[in-house]
Write a protein that binds this ligand. Structure first.
Ligand SMILES: [Zn+2]
Length: 115
């Protein structure tokens, strides 16, 4: 599906950082949506799970998703994910992260904080 600028509805490319028509910052635009991804229940090795996590973050930074909800299960993958997200937060790759209040086996990542 073709992405459109949420400010002016102009069609934009995935690689565009700024709308060519209205100069709105596409990387900050969000529709407030949440996408859920399970990285713990496909018998993944930790490395594979972290790769899924990194690629999901990269993918959803190029579309209007605001929150990523990551199902991490209860042990090793969760710990690895917490380490990875701490590093991403330090680098400014993500805005912040935390536990899902209703489910300790899930983490919530805030990808964008609209102005
Ligand atoms: Zn625009």
């Amino acid at each position: 599906m073709q992405r459109r600028c949420l400010n002016c509805d102009f069609p934009v490319n995935e690689s565009d950082k700024v709308c060519p028509k209205c100069d709105s910052q596409l990387v900050l635009q969000t529709d407030g949506s949440t996408t859920t991804l399970d990285i713990a229940h496909g018998r993944q090795r930790i490395d594979d799970a972290m790769e899924q996590l990194r690629s999901a973050v990269a993918q959803h930074q190029r579309n209007p998703t605001q929150f990523l909800r990551i199902i991490v299960g209860s042990d090793r993958i969760r710990q690895a994910a917490l380490n990875e997200l701490h590093a991403m937060e330090s680098r400014g790759t993500i805005v912040q992260y935390g536990y899902d209040d209703r489910n300790r086996g899930a983490l919530i990542i805030v990808l964008k904080r609209p102005k």
